[in-house]
Design a binder for this molecule. Structure first.
Ligand code: GLN
Length: 505
């Protein structure tokens, strides 16, 4: 067996599989062996070797028959916020411990074996699911410390560890996804990003991740956190791999997700290798203020320099309401969460308290037992800001400022084509360092929240290394539907730098 299968990119694996140099079963076995050997990382919360191998056999059959999808046989791990029929779907919550969904999320079907639609059967990309990876409970968090599910190989709940330094967090909420890709336990993973959950863990683990324009990817089967912000996206080693995955994930799904855009799927690989000469990169002064750690700044500057050498121009810009994105997001997201999570009442899904006196008592005990502290905190904040008398003062004001933040971006895009800056103010912090201080976690989201609130595509690309040798990503933000530009910029950077190819020691 090829010992180095885990070092191949998604694109390389797809080619080797298509040329039958390696089989899907061999590939799946190789990655499953790695996953079982590295459970200390805490990345996977569910694997099922038989299911994975059955999918791999089906991929081999399709490859032999010439009916295979573009990524047939390439393994992928799914964030445990996407519902899956063949694996548990927990969203990192006790509320859904052991829960099995009767259907697959649209993202899972599109990357996998396909799905039926009102227009007929839509073929999938043919990827093979390795299992489900850990995340913060209902995607609320920045360090993957808010999970209530024990990873495989562990008897109790354990945080995901950063492959670059096991004493540090991998980022969150898609921490399991980032750690799995960085440790080469999977060539790619899905993530979701509500306020930074693809970009920040990608940055902290030294991988590449993109959150497309809001509405590009169907939210059907993505367990909801804050519906007006939630967006799925791919996490992989390179921009090229992300382009392949994103092409398979995007596309309209109006019958199942009313906010899914009508825009047809694109082949994002086509724009790769476009010239970046003359591209105007906007540098928001607010992203480079005092709160940015010097080591992160140095890595970001070095990536900017590479683009300048490729002919891009740096243009100073301002996003004046950057700081306000924190209070605005932490009003809107909890407001939507408090409404979304009302469905977990012990009647319809998952956990139900054992001893109760009447219906209301059952609701109370179920929710008290099922939800973790951070989720309860957000339900309380959300209920408060939506309540009579406070709605106008908080929720409505936040919505108005959200619109102004989106407008600020449109002003900026008059003078630049893409915006670049840090993803997070520091490198990944130590496990436990911020777990008792929710506000410290919220503040670290400052650079990712603005693009989320505006619904713009955002990406994290490995830029270099900072304190303790930890990875640092650079963030690229594009105007609506400019995913190709972001991916191409990142791809060109990765053509002249090998930061994204370095692996954890
Ligand atoms: N850290 C942010 C939060 O806790 C963002 C999470 C996310 O994007 N899902 O809400």
């Amino acid at each position: 067996m090829n010992k180095d299968l885990h070092q191949l990119s998604v694109a390389e694996l797809a080619t080797q599989l298509r040329e039958r140099k390696v089989s899907a079963v061999e590939t799946a076995e190789h990655f499953l062996n790695r996953i079982h050997a590295q459970t200390a990382l805490g990345a996977f919360v569910d694997v099922n070797d038989e299911t994975t191998l059955a999918q791999a056999r089906a991929a081999d059959a399709a490859l032999a028959a010439g009916t295979a999808g573009p990524l047939a046989g390439v393994p992928i791990a799914h964030k445990d916020i996407f519902v899956t029929q063949d694996f548990v779907s927990t969203a990192g919550s006790r509320m859904l411990a052991g829960y099995r969904s009767p259907f697959d999320a649209t993202v899972v079907s599109k990357l996998g074996t396909g799905r039926s639609t009102p227009q007929g059967f839509e073929a999938g990309a043919g990827m093979v699911t390795l299992g489900k990876v850990s995340c913060d409970e209902f995607a609320m968090g920045s360090g993957n410390e808010n999970t209530a599910i024990a990873p495989i190989g562990h008897d109790s709940v354990a945080p995901v560890r950063n492959p670059w330094d096991a004493s540090r967090i991998p980022g969150g909420s898609s921490g399991g996804s980032a750690a799995a890709v960085a440790a080469r336990l999977a060539p790619a993973a899905t993530g979701t990003d509500t306020g930074g959950s693809i970009r920040q863990p990608a940055s902290f683990c030294g991988i590449t991740g993109i959150k497309p324009t809001y509405g590009r990817i169907s939210r059907y089967g993505m367990i909801a956190y804050a519906s007006s912000l939630d967006q799925a996206g791919p996490m992989a080693r390179s921009a090229e791999d992300c382009a392949y995955l994103l092409s398979a994930m995007c596309g309209p799904d109006a019958d199942r997700d009313s906010t899914s855009l009508d825009t047809p799927a694109e082949d994002f690989t086509r724009a790769l290798n476009n010239d970046v000469g003359g591209v105007r990169i906007g540098i928001p002064q607010e992203f480079f203020s005092a709160g940015l750690a010097p080591d992160v700044r140095a890595a970001v500057d070095s990536a900017l320099n590479e683009w300048v050498k490729l002919g891009a121009k740096l243009v100073p810009i301002s996003l004046p309401r950057t700081e306000l994105s924190i209070p605005v997001y932490y009003i809107i997201a909890p407001a939507e969460a408090s409404s979304n999570l009302s469905r977990f009442d012990g009647v319809k899904f998952g956990h139900r308290a054992q001893d109760y006196t009447d219906l209301v008592d059952m609701y109370k005990k179920t929710r008290a037992q099922g939800f973790g502290d951070e989720v309860k905190r957000r339900i309380m904040i959300g209920t408060y800001v939506l309540s009579h008398g406070y709605y106008d003062a908080y929720y409505l004001q936040a919505q108005k400022i959200r619109r102004m933040i989106a407008n600020d971006f449109q002003e900026a895009f008059k003078v630049c084509d893409v915006i670049a800056g840090p993803v997070a103010p520091t490198v990944a912090w130590k496990i436990g360092e911020k777990s008792s201080d929710p506000v410290a976690n919220y503040l670290a989201d400052i650079y990712t929240l603005p693009a989320s609130l505006a619904g713009l595509p955002g990406m994290s690309v490995p830029a270099g290394f900072g304190a303790g040798g930890m990875p640092v990503g650079i963030q690229l933000i594009g105007n609506y539907f400019q995913e190709s530009l972001l991916l191409n910029m990142a791809h060109r950077l990765q053509g002249v730098s090998d930061v994204h190819l370095q692996t954890a020691p």
